[in-house]
Design a protein around this ligand. Structure first.
Ligand code: PLP
Length: 413
């Protein structure tokens, strides 16, 4: 049997660079708004999509296209559309299939910003139905003839619940509904949602894909396998001639383009070179996170949540879907909000900041920040308890991190 090329080799030698005009190894930054043509006829053909070419950066740009091709290859999709942020990517993806009168089923424990966005969807006439637990049975029960998508996070943040993608996608597919997965925290290194059964994958590339905390971005990847029924998926009806590609064609040429949420070329470049080290970073980050989780778990007075800790509720799923790794985020409860704040304030290395997926270890009290606008029920479902601290583990030397956290916990009893 032929041996499969490893993740890092495949990523660093992906086919993306073959298309660069001057044989550059990295994509040149096309920091321009427009592209000039020799004749009016030529530009007409580009606008008609009859010949390949770029016209205007909101609609397409070579640096952005290079980044899209790269993530598309990593995820194994048919097309990927990069957006100005993760939120822009989620908006464009869902509004491509759902319109006024339609319903979306949302998984439990979503990112706070997504929950805020879904309140805006309600005002546009799109009903968002929250599942109490993102299980096969619950999804089956909630699907109606108005459901246009199930949306869930592969690894909840900060709940760290792992989605059973094969089972949930099967339940959705049985009713002709696609599964959209926000895989930001799982990263293309840990999980392959399209292979597991998801239909559309979304990342906030601001996080682990970029990895250096230097540019906001998002991306939508279409698996291209979902058999759209255009009587049901009326939002895609005008694109029915594209069959299974109807979603990606509408996304790129209609909604995302018209909403104007394009990724900036320089951000695409930064995220492209950031992704070069995705495998290396994730390996180190997961090892650090696991060691820190274990050290904290053996410190009295804290309760740690990390997917691969022995006896953790999602240990089995983490084995099956994340290759036995737990990702870069851990959460721990310390008894009270007051103590959580004291611990946060006495950390030396870990920075108090609202982000994840940086090279540096970042900490936050989710309940008073990311979930400020959420109800108590929503907070608890997301694991944003009043006494919980979220840690986005970085690549520092792990002993320094362990000392930092254990000392802060012990000093604030
Ligand atoms: C950060 C994040 C988003 C939003 O992404 P932005 O790039 O900040 O717009 C969406 N989903 C998850 C899971 C995230 O962590």
């Amino acid at each position: 049997m032929e041996r499969k090329t490893g993740f890092n080799t495949k990523l660093l030698h992906d086919k993306t660079s073959l298309g660069f005009a001057q044989r550059e190894i990295l994509p040149p930054i096309s920091q321009v708004n427009a592209f000039r043509y020799e004749s009016a006829e030529e530009l007409e053909r580009v606008f008609q999509h009859k010949s390949a070419g770029f016209a205007y950066t909101r609609v397409g740009n070579p640096t952005v296209a290079a980044f899209e091709r790269r993530i598309n290859e990593l995820e194994g999709g048919v097309d990927a559309v990069a957006a100005s942020s993760g939120m822009a990517a989620i908006t464009a993806a869902l509004l491509t299939v759902a319109q006024s009168g339609d319903e979306i089923i949302a998984g439990t424990g979503l990112y706070g910003g997504t929950i805020d966005l879904f309140r805006d969807f309600e005002k546009l006439g799109i009903r968002v139905v929250y599942a109490r637990e993102t299980s096969e049975q619950t999804i089956k029960r909630l699907i109606t003839d108005k459901t246009r998508a199930v949306f869930a996070e592969l690894v909840g943040n900060p709940s760290l619940a792992v989605l059973d993608v094969p089972r949930v996608s099967e339940a959705a597919h049985a009713s002709g509904v696609p599964l959209f997965v926000d895989s930001t925290t799982a990263t293309p290194y840990l999980a392959k949602p399209l292979e597991l059964g998801a239909d559309v994958v979304i990342h906030s590339t601001s996080k682990y894909v970029n990895g250096g905390g230097n540019s906001i971005g998002g991306i939508v990847v279409d698996g291209g396998k979902f058999p759209w029924d255009f009587k049901k998926h009326v939002a895609l009806k005008d694109f029915s001639k594209y069959g299974k590609l109807a979603f990606s064609v509408r996304l790129r040429t209609d909604l995302w383009e018209n909403f104007g949420g394009c990724m900036a070329p320089t951000n695409a470049f930064l995220s492209y070179i950031g992704a070069d080290t995705l495998g290396l970073r994730m390996e180190r980050i997961c090892r650090n996170a696991e060691k820190l989780a274990r050290a904290l778990a053996s410190t009295p007075g804290v309760e740690v949540n990390y997917p691969t800790l022995p006896g953790a509720p999602y240990e089995e799923l983490a084995k099956r879907e994340l290759g036995g790794r737990g990702g870069g985020i851990l959460a721990f409860r310390v008894g009270s909000k007051e103590r959580a704040f004291k611990i946060l304030n006495s950390l030396k290395f870990a920075m108090i900041a609202s982000n994840i997926g940086d090279l540096r270890t970042l900490v936050i009290h989710p309940a008073s920040t990311l979930f400020l606008h959420s109800s108590q029920e929503t907070r608890e479902a997301a694991g944003a308890f009043d006494d919980a601290i979220r840690v986005s583990v970085g690549i520092e030397d792990v002993d320094d991190l362990i000392d930092d956290f254990v000392e802060a916990v012990k000093a604030n009893r």
